[in-house]
Design a protein around this ligand. Structure first.
Ligand code: ZN
Length: 498
């Protein structure tokens, strides 16, 4: 009965591990007192506080809108304050929405390092999940829940790493700033908004954020670690076809909806040319080293071959993978259609919005001209869509510009991240152009290098669930990620003279 009582007081982690210990002991034919098993379970549990923190924060629903980031900030502040962190909670005009800035003071001999992790998540289609999306369910070595990868897993890893610095009283030569930001998921009070109001609290020599991937095979071997040094930027274009507005009983050849449909059909058959940034070249050469033939040949041909036929073949083959297709091109995605207002009127205009994700260095006027040229119809205009606004008129902060420069890899932080990842996972490490947007440009646009990581090894299957259903992260990967980030922080922020 004592066992049952003890069992009930253990957390789910501990129960799972106690069971595993017990099973192992039985298999080994050992007679181990149950209390020893329980202690064994609790000590393992204590060794994975990152998983415990992740479970706590998944249970807060931070789906944005509305985000409710303040609840998360309060939970984290309560953990950080007793460890000596200076805490700033910056409110936004939305009740319940705030940014948390926690600072662990160093001796000031170097500029701060900052870790950024967004607290909001996208919403869920509850009926499509096999578990409670906010239940932090443990299954098959995974923690399931919205944000497990994007980016509550990152909050848990970054948070545990910085709290460990404080617990271990590591002497610091620079402040370590941990930011848990609001409104990263396409909402207005994000880091761009914050930087305009509180830059002095988030200014730093360099920063860590979400971004590149630590990809592993289902067998567990890490294939590569990519660290993002730039993000693609988002640009929405409004395509407007015009024709005669008239009675639907007398159709004319200049029907606006047909004209728009033809324009979109031309775009659907068009693909922009491959454009390889310096980091994309390095990324593809890493894939050339870590892939099987014939893909390995295609990756090296795309970067190195001077034969246009081989390059074209390589680009076509690589482009069958949507992620790789996106990394090397300005992408075109129709996202909205708007035409007509009643069943017996031919409308005078029809509109489509296409969302483009641009490689750094792309000029807006060039891409507008390119799309206009592909459509090639004087009855169709192409213009930059007005920035989105909330129903109450609150404008979104200006979109990140494709003119923002890629972060250099020639910094102490990048070098330490790469060195430690290579040592931890015995895998190649490469810089990377992130295929989507993050809020890194609040820093990059001010000249501060930002390096993006999802600091836990995941499989292709895990990655496909991000922003989707049954999002999950391997429990073991969280612990590996914490080690990676903690070691890096000790080297980059620790004072060398103890
Ligand atoms: Zn994210």
């Amino acid at each position: 009965m004592r066992w049952v009582a003890g069992w009930a007081t253990l957390g789910r982690h501990a129960r799972y591990r106690a069971f595993a210990c017990e099973a192992q002991a039985i298999l080994m034919g050992m007679k181990v007192p149950l209390i020893v098993l329980a202690c064994c379970a609790m000590s393992i549990y204590a060794q994975n506080p990152t998983a415990e923190l992740l479970e706590q924060i998944i249970r807060i629903d931070n789906s944005n809108p509305p985000g409710n980031e303040a609840k998360l900030d309060d939970l984290l502040a309560a953990k950080l304050k007793p460890l000596g962190f200076e805490i700033d909670i910056i409110p936004t005009p939305r009740p319940g929405k705030s940014h948390l800035i926690a600072r662990l003071k160093g001796n000031g001999s170097a500029k701060p390092i900052l870790l950024a992790s967004h607290g909001d998540t996208v919403g869920v289609e509850r009926e499509k999940w096999s578990v409670d999306a906010f239940g932090a369910v443990e299954k098959d070595g995974y923690i399931y829940g919205r944000g497990a990868i994007d980016f509550k897993g990152g909050i848990a890893v970054f948070g545990e790493a910085v709290m460990e610095l404080a617990r271990n009283k590591v002497p610091l030569r620079r402040d370590v700033i941990w930011l848990v930001e609001a409104d990263e998921e396409s909402a207005p009070f994000n880091t761009t908004w914050l930087a305009e109001r509180a830059w002095d609290k988030m200014n730093c020599e360099f920063a860590l954020n979400e971004g590149g991937w630590t990809m592993k095979q289902p067998s567990g071997r890490v294939r590569y670690v990519s660290i993002s040094t730039a993000d693609k930027s988002s640009l929405s274009l409004l395509i407007t076809a015009r024709g005669t507005s008239t009675h639907s009983s007398m159709p004319r050849p200049d029907n606006a909806i047909f004209t728009l449909a033809n324009a979109l059909a031309r775009l659907s058959h068009y693909d922009t040319k491959p454009t390889l940034t310096a980091s994309t070249k390095q990324f593809f050469l890493t894939l050339a080293r870590t892939s099987e033939p014939p893909m390995s040949t295609y990756f090296s041909d795309l970067v190195n071959s001077t034969d246009p036929v081989r390059v074209a073949k390589a680009a076509d083959e690589i482009s069958t993978n949507p992620l790789l297709h996106a990394i090397m091109r300005n992408t075109i995605a129709p996202v909205l259609l708007n035409a007509g207002f009643r069943g017996n009127v031919i409308p005078g205009s029809a509109q489509a919005t296409i969302n483009m994700r641009l490689i750094p260095g792309t000029k807006t006027q060039d891409i507008v001209a390119e799309i206009q040229n592909v459509i090639g119809d004087p009855n169709v205009t192409v213009e930059v869509a007005r920035p989105a606004a909330l129903p109450d008129g609150t404008p979104f902060p200006r979109q990140p510009s494709a003119a923002v420069k890629e972060s250099t890899t020639d910094t102490e932080l990048y070098q330490a991240l790469a060195r430690n990842a290579g040592a931890l996972w015995n895998a190649p490490v490469t810089p990377y152009l992130f295929q989507a947007g993050t809020d890194a440009n609040a820093w990059r646009s001010r000249g501060v290098p930002v390096y993006g990581v999802y600091p836990y090894p995941i499989t292709d299957d895990d990655l496909s669930r991000m922003h989707g259903n049954d999002e999950r992260v391997p429990i073991q990967s969280l612990e590996e990620g914490r080690k990676w980030i903690y070691t890096t922080l000790v080297q980059v922020a620790g004072s060398k003279t103890k």
